[in-house]
Design a protein around this ligand. Structure first.
Ligand SMILES: Nc1ccn([C@@H]2O[C@H](COP(=O)(O)OP(=O)(O)OP(=O)(O)O)[C@@H](O)[C@H]2O)c(=O)n1
Ligand SMILES: C[C@](O)(CO)[C@H](O)COP(=O)(O)O
Length: 232
């Protein structure tokens, strides 16, 4: 990796975790003695390619300051109303650092592997194109509400994961313009697609799950124990 390339990570961690139904932000649920956010940051801090790690936290967050985070690259900024607002706040906070690339990774995805993140970075930098980790759809997909209306052809369907990795200036501009135009943005790639920038699809592990509901938490507890066993 060219050492002159400046890469910053952004961790959206300002959500309330309503679908987890635990009464506090899910990123502070404990798994194997550490919070989900700490597990996620532990993965990111293994990337020597990162110059900064900007964590977007809610202004009402009382938990982040209690974490024992020793990595000097970690910086907290205010999150926003929606995930995209939190990411944009973090992008604006990086204005003085002017990174070349940003790696945006959900706090709620602690299962990501360092290998997958390095693969994403390497392939995007080599091709000078932004991209995302994604997992090819494996199930039959139906469209409908109470009844199936259609079986959706799945040959070209992917589940978007994170990290999502884009040139800093292009992403900041695309996200600002997309939000100003009222575009529905649920990930960084949707803003880049709207702005007609390329979005590479880099195959990532399907167990890089987003912990959203109670059953995701139970699965993540098992998966993290397996990851820790394999690291011993
Ligand atoms: N205003 C927001 C909303 C979400 N996130 C972050 O974006 C990631 C993915 O969002 P999601 O899984 O939807 O988390 P929540 O919004 O907390 O969950 P819910 O939708 O169930 O409330 C999470 O790490 C979450 O903390 C954020 O930084 N700022
Ligand atoms: C960014 C993301 O994790 C990609 O799948 C997803 O869009 C986040 O969606 P959420 O509704 O904010 O959890």
């Amino acid at each position: 990796m060219n050492q002159t390339i400046k890469i910053a990570a952004i961790v959206p961690a300002a959500g309330i975790g309503s679908r987890m139904q635990v009464g506090h932000p899910k990123q502070y649920l404990k798994i194997a003695q550490h919070t989900i956010l700490e597990h996620t940051l532990n993965k990111l801090t293994q990337l020597s390619e990162l110059n900064q790690i900007v964590v977007a936290v809610s202004d009402s967050d009382e938990y982040f300051k209690t974490l024992k985070l020793s990595d000097k690259r970690i910086l907290a900024v205010s999150g926003g109303k929606e995930r995209a607002d939190s990411v944009l706040n973090a992008l604006l906070a990086l204005n003085d650092k002017q990174p070349d690339w940003v790696l945006v990774h959900d706090a709620a995805r602690p299962l990501v592997t360092v290998h997958d993140m390095q693969k994403l970075i390497t392939q995007c930098v080599a091709d000078n194109e932004g991209g995302i980790l994604a997992s090819k759809v494996k199930d039959t997909i139906k469209r409908g509400e109470s009844h199936s209306l259609q079986t959706v052809p799945r040959g070209k369907l992917w589940q978007a994961l994170t990290p999502q990795f884009f040139p800093y200036q292009a992403l900041k501009s695309a996200l600002q313009q997309a939000l100003k135009n009222g575009v529905a943005i649920t990930d960084e790639a949707s803003a880049m697609e709207w702005a007609q920038h390329p979005v590479k699809l880099i195959s990532g592990r399907s167990d890089n799950i987003k912990i959203t509901t109670p059953e995701d938490y139970d699965l993540a507890c098992f998966l993290i124990s397996k990851q820790q066993e394999s690291e011993q």
